[in-house]
Design a protein around this ligand. Structure first.
Ligand code: NAD
Length: 471
């Protein structure tokens, strides 16, 4: 078995202790993860701080070339990464490979991006230019649903713009980040990227560390609020990518079965554990029965199994805490609504919940109001478009959403009225590194990806110059 180590100041190190990492398909340990204590966290931040001036002074083309090398090395080991990702996260191997290749493309996309200085004024001998300078040490804190690509969304822009980093993965999916640390050790100067692992004890200390300039956080809204409060003390920069409760609004001019197939994919990929998964679907009353029936047919045909098995379409829930949360939502939904497929955890080891379609719930049901983060989709009916838009917007979340309609102009008009950071029309989950991504309301602060995502790792630096008049 591979000996996983943390990367601190260019050295691959054991922890001060270690802990088991479970495979969610068996609920059995399959590897040990090194665990950092506070002194190792301090050492990682200190290494990143020491590396910062040299890295920031390295020409951007050279930094970008090294980020492109990271992409090449990741691609060369894609099969190894995908297999490890399936073991620790649970997702089917083809979806794991998709995440790894998405990570490669993300790094390459950022390696190709630049921010040019802008001339803001050039008049009467006065020249005002805006430069963008790096911030310093960036702490990247990531969750367990996409443990690889959510690191790359942060690492690509942070490194290209000249920052150094400490990466802290989620305790249940730390290993792919550690494996990536091995690549960083081969490619980057010591201290530019460091990795530390914990069991949820070090996140707050890292976010509050006086030598951390920015916290790039992806995770739940509850933890994001804590990160923001912790960062307030040092007036640190934060980006928060938080939870969502994305609505799909189906319009009345579609073939319900065709759209149900697309909505199913958007709700059930990664066993529903996607921040922008479809988490509730609103369907015109006239199409409701057909739509629900098609979803149930698809759900019944799913192959729910270990993600390492060829042909699996739905893997396990990633961890026991989330598994218990989804089961509690199912118990409640069984009382309040009609379950058309699934509805019970599988009677086998591991955290398996089959894809579940629930109809006839009211808007107050916890499965509708809360973020389920599992393969369970509530389908609600509506009569009036203004009313359904209000229902979709009645949420503290504002991450994504989708509108489905044959009349593209009308569907786009509806999309404009959804109060979220992204709304897809006739598609869903279309995220790539060149398009900015950010949450509205309690789904986030600041954003990632795109050129705007690059700016988030920099500080505006204004140079306002006039010539000295002749003496
Ligand atoms: P979580 O908030 O429990 O944990 C995320 C990370 O924060 C982990 O690394 C954890 O160790 C760390 N952490 C815990 N306490 C901390 C503290 N006090 N200070 C700093 N860090 C701390 O989230 P999770 O359960 O791992 O992930 C699921 C959530 O992430 C869902 O709500 C999902 O919607 C959200 N998510 C959002 C996006 C997005 O881009 N908006 C993407 C993926 C997941």
């Amino acid at each position: 078995m591979h000996a996983f180590r943390m990367l601190i100041d260019g050295q691959l190190l054991d922890g001060s202790s270690s802990f088991d990492v479970l495979n969610p398909a068996t609920a059995e340990p399959f590897a040990r993860c090194p665990k950092a204590d506070e002194s190792m966290l301090d050492a990682a931040v200190a290494a990143a701080k020491r590396a910062f001036p040299g890295w920031a002074a390295t020409p951007i083309d050279q930094r970008a070339a090294l980020v492109a090398t990271l992409a090449d090395r990741l691609e060369a080991r894609a099969a190894e990464f995908a297999s490890l990702l399936t073991s620790e996260q649970g997702k089917p191997l083809d979806q794991a490979m998709y995440e790894i290749m998405g990570s490669v493309f993300t790094l390459r996309a950022f390696a190709a991006m630049r921010i040019a200085p802008r001339t803001l004024r050039e008049a009467g001998g006065n020249v005002v230019t805006e430069h963008r300078t790096p911030l310093g040490v960036v702490a990247a804190i990531t969750p367990w649903n996409f443990p690889v690509i959510l690191v790359m969304n942060k690492l690509g822009p942070a490194l290209v713009t000249g920052n150094t980093m400490v990466l802290k993965p989620a305790p249940t999916t730390p290993l792919t980040t550690l494996l990536f640390g091995e690549i960083c050790a081969e490619v980057l100067p010591a201290g530019v990227v460091n990795t530390i692992c914990d069991q949820n004890e070090l996140g707050a200390k890292l976010a509050g560390h006086p030598d951390v300039a920015k916290v790039a956080f992806t995770g739940s809204t509850a933890t994001g609020k804590k990160v923001m409060a912790t960062a307030a003390d040092g007036v640190k920069r934060v980006t928060l990518e938080l939870g969502g409760n994305d609505a799909a609004i189906v319009l009345d001019d579609v073939d319900p079965r065709q759209v149900a197939r697309k909505v199913y994919g958007g709700a059930m990929a990664n066993a529903g554990q996607i921040c922008v998964a479809i988490k509730r679907a609103y369907v015109p009353a006239a199409l409701y029965d057909d739509f629900c029936d098609e979803l149930a047919t698809l759900a019944k045909a799913a192959i729910v199994d270990d993600g390492a098995r060829q042909g699996t379409t739905i893997g396990p829930i990633q961890n026991k805490m989330q598994f218990d949360k989804v089961k509690a939502l199912l118990d409640d939904a069984r009382e309040r609504g009609t379950i058309l497929s699934g509805g019970e955890a599988l009677d086998r080891p591991g955290y398996f919940i089959p894809p579940t379609i629930v109809r006839d719930l009211d808007d107050e049901a916890p499965l509708v109001r809360e973020e389920q983060f599992g393969p369970v989709l509530p389908v609600l009916s509506y009569q009036d478009i203004d009313d359904v838009i209000a229902r979709a917007n009645a949420s503290d979340y504002g991450l994504g959403g989708s509108v489905w309609g044959k009349d593209l102009a009308r569907a786009t008009d509806v999309a404009r009225r959804i109060d979220t950071g992204t709304v897809w029309v006739n598609q869903v989950l279309a995220i790539d590194a060149t398009i900015p991504f950010r949450g509205a309301k309690q789904s986030g602060l600041g954003g990632e990806l795109g050129e705007a995502g690059l700016h988030e790792y920099t500080q505006a630096h204004i140079i306002n110059a006039v010539a000295l008049e002749d003496a």
